[in-house]
Design a protein around this ligand. Sequence first.
Ligand code: ATP
Length: 450
Amino acid sequence: MAEQTITMEKVTSLAKRRGFVFQSSEIYGGQNGAWDYGPLGIELKNRIAGTWWKEMTQLHDDIVGLDAAILMHPRTWEASGHVENFTDPLVDCKKCKTRFRADQIPEENITAKKCPECGGELTDTRKFNLMFKTNIGAAEDTANIIYLRPETAQGIYVNYKNIIQSNRMKIPFGIAQIGKAFRNEIVTKNFIFRTCEFEQMEMQFFVKPGTDEEWFNEWRKRRWAYYEKLGVKMDHLRWHQHGPGELAHYAKEAWDIEYLFPMGWRELEGVHNRSDYDLGRHAQFSGKDMQYIDQDNNNERYTPFIVETSAGLTRNVLMILCDAYDEEKVADKGNEDDWRTVLRFHPSLAPITVAVLPLMKKDGLAELAQDIRQELKQDFATDYDQGGAIGRRYRRQDEAGTPFCVTVDYQSKEDSTVTLRFRDSMEQIRVPIAELTARLRQEIKTYKRG
Ligand code: ATP
């Protein structure tokens, strides 16, 4: 297989062309930091979310789910430390008006107050709070300020006692949540990597103080194994430990899983030991007792420590798109058809699992293909395409990342078999129609990326 360079431009352009992701409000010139997920994009995002949810809840007896509101009592964000600390250092160029995160441009530019783009003069560095603020109710005054949550985690902390009581959870246990979060990011670039509106998949694991380090290491192991199971390129993943200067205000220890995106190594997910910071602060600000009473241990009371795994769902969509993207030379005729673009999604993540294609529209092939699709629909996400040359139709499915194509031809009418074509190898085999569902199930279960 010839090597091609994967660039963010190529991934972005394919994502738009095939209806994965569109720029928000494009007809008005676009809205910075916001993106819309098209027909294929929403399917991919839902499958990534579903895979994570299954991993966290179905496969872990000691984790339950939650869906908390985006709007929370404003005191939440005072208690969490976000009002005071959730800031980025910001500088502006007085000449070209570009805005930078001071920690993302070279130190010497800050010291010399020199714009890295145009050489113009930079402003002093100032703190910029990333939380979106709005008002609730009719009057626009400071008394009714409310924030869009910058992380989903706090919805979990404020509910932890409810969940212990209603679901009889015992420490150690976890609460998982997927939902939107909002940050007024200064620099939004690299497509959906860093956006103002995004989704997170967070799991907060409540443990007894003193066992937190052990659980922290355990969750690091589990999160690494999760990506392995997802079938992503493991040489594109690495750990990065936060140094003392990098640690968030709540963190005792933090490690990021980084992925090698086309623009370089970047954070994909964080595993954090948040200590008893959050529950301690909520106890202090709400006046409520946030301690756990260990009924199996002489009613011992303590404030649990929290180990958090925090992954971006939309960032995972970008990772999966980049990871799956491939260009392969399939012929040597000297034209652009020599190459195919293929998204090598794991079949369980692919937006379309199987496409049914009649070789011809006529002679009853289309009708037979429709019947087969109707049957497959019960178990798989399907597509149907009867237009154009079969080779072109395969290419369209390759670009959408469809792992299997079923082609109905004249022989199908005679012996009730079809061609099953595999996206990755382009291999084609004959399969009886009656065995298709079982065969596809088996292929999905045993899939290994070549
Ligand atoms: P960064 O340092 O890159 O701003 P962070 O360390 O503040 O990110 P966390 O607060 O740990 O990020 O958020 C957990 C996860 O949420 C990140 O690993 C990332 O996948 C995702 N995430 C955070 N901010 C954004 C964003 N603006 N857009 C998309 N995903 C994000």
